[in-house]
Design a protein around this ligand. Structure first.
Ligand code: APR
Length: 348
């Protein structure tokens, strides 16, 4: 996946390049620097001695030695002194120069720790924002798998207010689900519909409106009156066909669509060339976000791949929360999914 967040020990990862948050001597230290030197072995230090140190914001490469990588890219982050001494620009340079060096070395994947967010005291939330922002800019022009490695739980958090709002949305949905199931016996065999199906009828983005769509049926909980013909008419268009049509209708290029969806070119080519390609759910949802579909449109697109959005899964509810609130930034949604220990949007 072009950009992902994971909770791991970076010395245990496999990537073409593993980035070290070093100090200007490049002769090892504590934190991730110490962990990388211990895991890579003594030869790493021998090579580092020949590099003559490294300026803050710059990056230098060595071999990977016992780490599962071709290169270790050593970069020196700024020490946080309150934010008025150019720290932000220096930290951005660490990511930019490390990515440029990885590109020059022919790397297709790179793993970063949260540079400067430990001993050097950079505020973690801001350190993450800078890492994501520089990754986003690089990925707009290049293809590479960039992983931001979060080592300890408290290294990563979304704002308490944002966390509470999403948590409340999830809890409300569960409460409603419980409440509905309590009342279900009173409603006989009536098919439960979620709020989408009682909304005023809206022309489907999937072409001609079928009687079932006119009735506002939601494909994931298709109303019982949906006829077999409706089912099959909905099968007119595969996921791949629907996706390509929606990209065209929105005047987007393929590149814009898959970059916004956090999908790489290879996977997009597979989807484009195989009309029956069945994506993973997180891939299908990622494209719904990239295309800025609303809930109903998202559920229609997902139904082409055999998926539905439910009110009983945190992943689905976190996605619905963001779409309902018009938040289509996949980095932002993935931060929330990561915070709630869910699979990220894109490809896995
Ligand atoms: N894997 C991934 N991330 C790690 C690991 C690990 N094994 N160990 C620590 N981290 C995380 C920390 O939790 C922090 O979020 O790396 C981030 C950066 O922390 P530091 O390693 O302290 O690096 P930094 O803040 O840039 O300070 C650099 O510390 O280790 C010394 O020699 C280094 O002087 C330099 C300074």
């Amino acid at each position: 996946m072009p950009f992902s967040l994971i909770r791991a020990d970076i010395t245990k990862l496999s990537a073409d390049a593993i980035v070290n948050a070093a100090n200007s001597s490049l002769l090892g230290g504590g934190g991730v620097d110490g962990a990388i030197h211990r895991a890579a072995g003594a030869e790493l230090l021998e090579e580092c001695r020949l590099l003559g140190g490294c300026e803050t914001g710059q990056a230098k490469a060595t071999k990977g030695y016992r780490l599962d990588c071709r290169y270790i890219i050593h970069t020196v982050g700024p020490v946080w002194h309150g934010g008025e001494n150019g720290e932000s620009e220096q930290l951005r340079s660490c990511y930019r120069n490390s990515l440029a060096l990885a590109e020059k070395l022919g790397c297709t994947s790179i793993a970063f720790p949260l540079i400067s967010a430990g001993v050097y005291g950079y505020p973690k939330r801001e350190a993450i924002r800078i890492a994501e922002d520089e990754a986003r800019k690089f990925l707009a022009e290049h293809d590479m798998d960039i992983t931001l490695v979060i080592f300890d739980k408290d290294s990563f958090d979304i704002s308490a207010e944002r966390f509470d709002r999403i948590r409340q949305y999830i809890d409300d949905a569960y409460a409603k689900l419980h409440d509905d199931s309590e009342r279900r016996p009173l409603m006989g065999a009536a098919v439960m519909r979620d709020e989408a199906s009682v909304k005023p009828k809206k022309k489907s983005i999937f072409g001609r409106q079928k009687s079932s769509e006119a009735a506002g049926s939601v494909p994931c909980e298709i109303a019982e009156e949906a006829s077999a013909e409706d089912y099959f008419s909905m099968r007119d268009e595969s996921f791949s066909q629907a996706l390509l049509r929606l990209i065209d209708e929105r005047g987007m290029t393929d590149v814009e669509a898959y970059k916004r969806a956090n999908i790489d070119r290879k996977l997009f080519s597979k989807i484009r060339s195989d009309v029956h390609y069945k994506p993973k759910k997180q891939t299908a949802v990622a494209f719904a976000v990239a295309l800025k579909l609303d809930i109903r449109e998202t559920e229609e697109l997902l139904s082409r791949a055999g998926y539905a959005l439910s009110n009983s899964l945190d992943f689905d509810l976190i996605v619905k929360y963001h779409i309902t609130h018009g938040i289509y930034d996949i980095f932002e949604i993935n931060e929330a999914l990561f915070r709630f220990d869910q699979t990220l949007l894109g490809q896995n």
